[in-house]
Ligand binder design. Structure first.
Ligand code: ASP
Length: 593
C-alpha cells in the first residue's frame, strides 16, 4: 500500500508515530515558510504541516502543489498546538509534520470547488460526475446507499433468503412501460428485452422451489421522461412461497424499521406503519400514495353543498359527482394572486374552477364569491366538519371523483409545501392495501391491471370476475413514504386457469399469452406453490433516508431527466459496421411526412 493510514484515522493515540498518507489536496494554505495542506481521501481529512525548517525538500515539493493534486506524505503525527484543535474534524486534535511530500499526480483546476458544497449547475455536475462524486455530500450518499444495501442483504440472509441473479438479456415482462430492446447479432431481426423487473423469473424461482428469493436488481423501463425518473433503477426484488399478505407486510416493515434505524439520516415518524385501504387513502388524501407527515385531509361536503343555492354544486351532486374540500390553516389572508395560482394548479388537474371560503381572522366572517349561496346554518355545519377556525381558508372542488381527488391532492401537496409541513425531517411510512384489480379507465376496450397481470384477486372476489370485473379487489399492497410509492407487490396467481382468465380480461388472446408467457403458464402446470412478493425501490428509499429530494443524488452515474449520460455522451450513434452486423438500418423520420 502507498499509505499506512487513511486520512480519517489519526487520533491522539497515534501521536509520535511515523505515518504515510495519500490522497487529494483538499485545501492548501501558504503561510510563508510553512504550508498547510488538508489531505483528503474517502475516509476523511487530515491536516499536514510542511515546514521548510523540518524538510526543505518536502517544502519545495509542496510549493508546487494545488487543490486536487494527488500526493503522498510521510511524517510524524503530532498534537496540534494548544488552542488550534478543530473539534469539527474527527482528526482535528492532531496533524502530520511532513518529512517527505511526493506528487503522485497533478490536477487541472476543477470546474467547481470540491471542498465546498457550493451550488453547482447540475449539467456541470453530471458532465464531471467523477469530480462531483469526490464531494462530501455525494460520498455521504453513496456510503449510506452501501450501508442500506448491506443491511438488506444481512437482514434477509438471516431470515433464510438467498440472492439469485437473473438475466438482463431476457424477454419483455409487462410492468406497464415500454421495453428497452437489444438486437441480437446471432439471430438477426430478433431482440432481447431488458427486464422491466425480474417479475416472471422470480415467480419461476418459486415454482423451482427456492421459497425465499431476493436480488438487488437493476430494472429498465423506457417510460416517458419525468424529472425524477431514471431509465434504469434498482429494486430490492423479492418473492416468498407459502405466504399470505400479512407475512410479507410484517417482514418488510421489520426490514424498513431496522434499516432506517441502522443507516438513515432522517428518523421514522412511527415504527408501526398504518394500513389504509386504497378506498380510504384516496378518499382522505386524494391519492394512493399520501404524505402522512401532515393532515390537510379531504372532507366530503356533498350533502351540504348539494343543498346550497350554488347551482353548480347542486347539479353536480344530483348527477352523482362529488364536492370535497380541504382547510388550509392560517391562509384566509391569501392575496388574489395566491388564490389565482392555486386555481390554475386546480385547472391543470382538470378542474373547471376552484371555489373558496375565507374565514376572516378577527371577525370570523366568511368571505368568498360563493359564500352568499350558503345559509348561515350550512356555513356553520361546513366549518365544523372541516374543523376550520378564524384565519383559515377552505378550498372546494366539485367534479367527477377522479378530478376532485387529483385537484385536491395536488392542492394538498402545494399547501403543505407553502406551510412548511414538507420540511419535516421524518419518514412517515404506511401501507396501502385492497387495491382494485383493474384500473378505473379501460384501455382500448380492455381492463388494465392496476399492478400487473400476475396479481391475484381477493379469493372472495373471484366470482366477480365474470359479473363485475371493475369491482374486484386484489391482493396488491404498496408501501408509501412521504408521498412516494416506495414498494409495490402482491400475492400472485399460481393457478394456470385463473391466470389465463385475467389475461383474457386485459385483452391477451390465449395465443398471444402463450407466445409471451408460455413458459410461465406451462410452469404453473408443474406444481406452483402459492407465492407473493414485493419490490422496494432502492433509489427512492436511499434518497428519503439521505434527505435528498432527487434520486439522482443517490446514484453514482445517473442519467439526466432527458435519459442522457452527459459524461460519456450516451446514447450515441454507432458505427455503420455495427449496424451491418446486426442487419439493422436507421430510418430517419421524414420531416415533411
Ligand atoms: N415487479 C413488481 C414491480 O416492479 C413488484 C412485484 O410485484 O413484486 O413493481
Amino acid at each position: 500500500m502507498l499509505k499506512t493510514h487513511s486520512c480519517g484515522e489519526l487520533r491522539r493515540e497515534h501521536i509520535g508515530q511515523t505515518v504515510t498518507l495519500a490522497g487529494w489536496v483538499n485545501r492548501r494554505r501558504d503561510m510563508g515558510g510553512v504550508i498547510f495542506i488538508d489531505l483528503r481521501d474517502r475516509a476523511g481529512k487530515t491536516q499536514v504541516v510542511i515546514d521548510a525548517g523540518r524538510s526543505r525538500a518536502a517544502f519545495t515539493a509542496a510549493e508546487g502543489v494545488r487543490s486536487e493534486y494527488v500526493v503522498q506524505v510521510s511524517g510524524q503525527v503530532s498534537a496540534r498546538p494548544a488552542g488550534q484543535e478543530n473539534s469539527q474534524m474527527p482528526t482535528g486534535d492532531v496533524e502530520v509534520l511532513a518529512d517527505r511530500v511526493v506528487v503522485l499526480n497533478p490536477a487541472k483546476t476543477t470546474p467547481f470547488a470540491i471542498d465546498r458544497d457550493d451550488p453547482v449547475d447540475e449539467t456541470t455536475r453530471l458532465r464531471y460526475r467523477y469530480l462531483d462524486l469526490r464531494r462530501e455530500r455525494m460520498q455521504r450518499n453513496l456510503i449510506l446507499r452501501h450501508n442500506a444495501v448491506k443491511f438488506i442483504r444481512d437482514f434477509l440472509g438471516s431470515r433464510g433468503f438467498i440472492e439469485v441473479e437473473t438475466p438482463i438479456l431476457f424477454k419483455s415482462t409487462p410492468e406497464g412501460a415500454r421495453d428497452y430492446l437489444v438486437p441480437s447479432r446471432v439471430h438477426p431481426g430478433k431482440f432481447y428485452a431488458l427486464p422491466q423487473s425480474p417479475q416472471q423469473l422470480k415467480q419461476l424461482l418459486m415454482v423451482a422451489g427456492y421459497e425465499r428469493y431476493f436480488q438487488i436488481a437493476r430494472c429498465f423501463r423506457d417510460e416517458d421522461l419525468r424529472a425524477d425518473r431514471q431509465p434504469e433503477f434498482t429494486q430490492l426484488d423479492m418473492e416468498m412461497s407459502f405466504v399470505e399478505r400479512d407475512d410479507i407486510l410484517d417482514l418488510i416493515e421489520a426490514l424498513m424499521v431496522g434499516m432506517v434505524q441502522a443507516v438513515s439520516l432522517v428518523p421514522l415518524a412511527h415504527t408501526q406503519f398504518p394500513r389504509l385501504s386504497y378506498a380510504e387513502a384516496t378518499e382522505r388524501f386524494g391519492t394512493d400514495r399520501p404524505d402522512l407527515r401532515y393532515g390537510l385531509e379531504l372532507v366530503d361536503i356533498g350533502d351540504i353543498a348539494g343543498r346550497s343555492a350554488f347551482r353548480v354544486f347542486a347539479e353536480n351532486v344530483a348527477a352523482g359527482k362529488r364536492v370535497k374540500a380541504i382547510c388550509a390553516p392560517g391562509c384566509a389572508t391569501y392575496s388574489r394572486k395566491q388564490l389565482d395560482d392555486l386555481e390554475s394548479m386546480a385547472r391543470a388537474q382538470g378542474a373547471k374552477a376552484l371555489a373558496w371560503l375565507a374565514i376572516q381572522p378577527d371577525s370570523g366572517e366568511i368571505r368568498g364569491p360563493i359564500a352568499k349561496f350558503f345559509t348561515v346554518d350550512q356555513l356553520i355545519t361546513l366549518t365544523e366538519r372541516l374543523e376550520a377556525k378564524p384565519g383559515d381558508l377552505i378550498l372546494i372542488a366539485s367534479d367527477s371523483k377522479a378530478i376532485v381527488h387529483n385537484v385536491l391532492s395536488t392542492l394538498r401537496t402545494e399547501l403543505a409545501r407553502r406551510l412548511g409541513y414538507t420540511d419535516q425531517k421524518q419518514l412517515a411510512f404506511a401501507w396501502v392495501i385492497d387495491f382494485p384489480l383493474f384500473e378505473e379507465e379501460m384501455e382500448e376496450g380492455h381492463f388494465a391491471p392496476s399492478h400487473h397481470m400476475f396479481t391475484a384477486p381477493k379469493p372472495e372476489h373471484i366470482p366477480l370476475l365474470d359479473s363485475d370485473p371493475a369491482a374486484v379487489l386484489s391482493q396488491q399492497y404498496d408501501l408509501v413514504c412521504n408521498g412516494y410509492e416506495v414498494a409495490g407487490g402482491s400475492i400472485r396467481i399460481h393457478d394456470q386457469e385463473l391466470q389465463a382468465k385475467i389475461m383474457s380480461l386485459i385483452g391477451f388472446s390465449m395465443t398471444q399469452a402463450r407466445e409471451q408467457f408460455g413458459h410461465l403458464l406451462e410452469a404453473f402446470e408443474f406444481g406452483a406453490p402459492p407465492h407473493g412478493g414485493i419490490a422496494p425501490g432502492i433509489d427512492r428509499l436511499v434518497a428519503l433516508m439521505a434527505g435528498e429530494p432527487n434520486i439522482r443524488e443517490v446514484m453514482a452515474f445517473p442519467k439526466t431527466a432527458q435519459a442522457t449520460d452527459l459524461m460519456a455522451d450516451a446514447p450515441s450513434a454507432v458505427l455503420p459496421r455495427q449496424l451491418d452486423e446486426l442487419q439493422l438500418a436507421i430510418k430517419t423520420k421524414d420531416k415533411a411526412g
